[in-house]
Every structure is written in structure tokens, then in C-alpha cells.
Design a protein around this ligand. Structure first.
Ligand code: ADP
Length: 240
């Protein structure tokens, strides 16, 4: 049973996404596909390069292409400067991003090739992996990579006993009352198939179900924003 004792500092309803939610496609002229996604204070940009021949040759896969994601949180993305370069966290999130996106990509059309996706977090206030996945999914579509569906991503969580949507930095890392904070980033296709789910904390199965239902509704909202941004990128100022 969900109790309603937790009151959000931000004043948001428990099932309310942060605002603004902004998306734009085609932001990096040199990339084959690109996009930005902002939710609240978190901003991600993604650039897609390829498909191109995989080098070195021994890394080539003759039966399908390789999706290679590189997640990076910029030094200036948080108040205390982050040490530049890869970390255990960025390596984990890069892998997670590949797993979240690969199920919708028709990657078997690109044997021996690699599709590189570079995700940069230029401002971070929690939920950066989800924002990165949202930006990357749009950038892949913009690059013309054949996809079976779009992927949308959001974090749900549990503050003490209350299920909430789209955790901010305080909720993600600072809230400690009662049972504390449980963070559950989820990515899903528009058809509702989950491609990624992480769970950091404790939650009962029935509350996890409730959280996933909440995430599904939110992913529908995010999908509409992604779709509009992609449509707008095709509309060269004319009627469409
Ligand atoms: P996510 O950003 O996907 O929620 P985490 O839960 O690992 O991933 O991080 C939560 C938030 O903590 C980040 O969005 C960011 O605001 C902050 N954060 C993460 N790593 C660092 C770091 N090395 N230095 C300062 N802040 C960080």
C-alpha cells in the first residue's frame, strides 16, 4: 500500500514529470544524427556517427553491426567540477544505454559496421542516464538508422513508502527518511516493452508494479515530445 506521507520539496505531484521538457533534433551539423533532451535541470545531447566500417578488423561482427555508446558527464555539468575522462560510472551507463537501445535497432542490416553514439551531459540534476537515452534514441532516428520503435526513458522511485516519478537530485541522492530513496530508471518502447530497468534500493513487488505503470504513462508523454522534435526536424519551415 502506498502511503501519501512524502511531500515533494519541488511541489510536484507524485506522478508529475519535471519541467520544462524540451527536445530538439539536428543540433550537431557534423554528426550523422543528433538531438538534445532536457528535463528540468538535466540536459543531454547525443551525436550519432556512422554506420561506418569497424576498426580494428578483429572487432567486426559479420552477422550484425555494433552499437557503441559513450556516455560522458561534462566537468561543468555539476556544481563541483567533475574530473574529466571515463569512470566506472560512465562505463556502466554507456553499457546500459547500449542495452536500452539495441532491441529497437535493426542492427543486423549493418554487418562489420559500427554505429557510434556519443552522449554528453552538459547539465546534471539526476536522471542523466534516462535523458541520455531519450536524446540518443532521437539521434539514431535522425541518422536514419532503421528502428522498430522509439525508446523513451524515465526514472521512478520510492521516497520512504511513496512512489514518485522522475527523481531530482535531492530525491535521488539526499533523501534519507524512513526507508530512504529507491531509484528505478526504466526505458521502454512505445509498444510498452521494457528494454532497461535498474533498481537501486528496496521495493515490494506490488509497489514495483505500481512504479512501472507510472513510468509507462510518463514514457508516453516523453514519446510525444520526441516524436514532435523528429517531425519538426523534417519540416523545413514549410507546411507539413
Ligand atoms: P543518473 O544521473 O542517471 O540519475 P546517478 O544516480 O549515478 O545517475 O547520479 C545522480 C546524480 O548525481 C547525477 O545526475 C548528478 O547530478 C550527480 N552526480 C553523479 N556523479 C557525480 C559526480 N561525480 N560529481 C558530482 N555529482 C555527481
Amino acid at each position: 500500500m502506498t502511503t501519501k506521507t512524502y511531500k515533494r520539496k519541488s511541489g510536484r505531484k507524485n506522478d508529475e514529470l519535471r519541467s520544462p521538457i524540451l527536445a530538439k533534433v539536428g543540433i550537431i551539423p557534423n554528426a550523422d544524427g543528433s538531438a538534445m533532451f532536457q528535463i528540468g535541470e538535466t540536459i543531454a545531447i547525443a551525436g550519432v556517427y556512422g554506420p561506418k566500417k569497424m576498426h580494428p578488423q578483429h572487432s567486426q561482427n559479420p552477422s550484425k553491426g555494433t552499437l557503441r555508446c559513450t556516455y560522458n558527464m561534462n566537468s561543468f555539468s555539476v556544481e563541483d567540477r567533475i574530473r574529466p575522462g571515463p569512470s566506472r560510472r560512465s562505463t556502466e551507463i554507456s553499457k546500459i544505454t547500449e542495452w536500452a537501445l539495441e532491441p529497437v535497432l535493426m542492427i543486423d542490416k549493418f554487418p562489420n559496421m559500427v554505429i557510434d553514439v556519443h552522449i554528453n551531459i552538459i547539465q546534471a540534476d539526476a536522471g542523466t542516464r534516462c535523458a541520455g537515452i531519450n536524446a540518443a534514441a532521437m539521434a539514431l532516428a535522425h541518422a536514419g538508422i532503421p528502428m522498430k520503435d522509439m525508446v523513451s526513458s524515465v526514472a521512478v522511485g520510492k521516497m520512504d513508502k511513496t512512489i514518485v516519478l522522475d527523481l531530482d537530485k535531492y530525491e535521488d541522492s539526499e533523501f534519507e527518511d524512513g526507508e530512504g530513496s529507491t531509484d528505478i530508471p526504466v526505458s521502454m518502447t512505445h509498444a510498452g516493452e521494457i528494454t532497461h530497468l535498474q533498481l537501486d534500493g528496496k521495493i515490494k513487488p506490488e509497489q514495483l508494479k505500481e512504479a512501472i505503470e507510472m513510468a509507462k504513462k510518463a514514457c508516453d508523454e516523453i514519446y510525444e515530445v520526441q516524436k514532435k522534435a523528429l517531425k519538426d526536424s523534417l519540416n523545413f519551415g514549410g507546411e507539413k
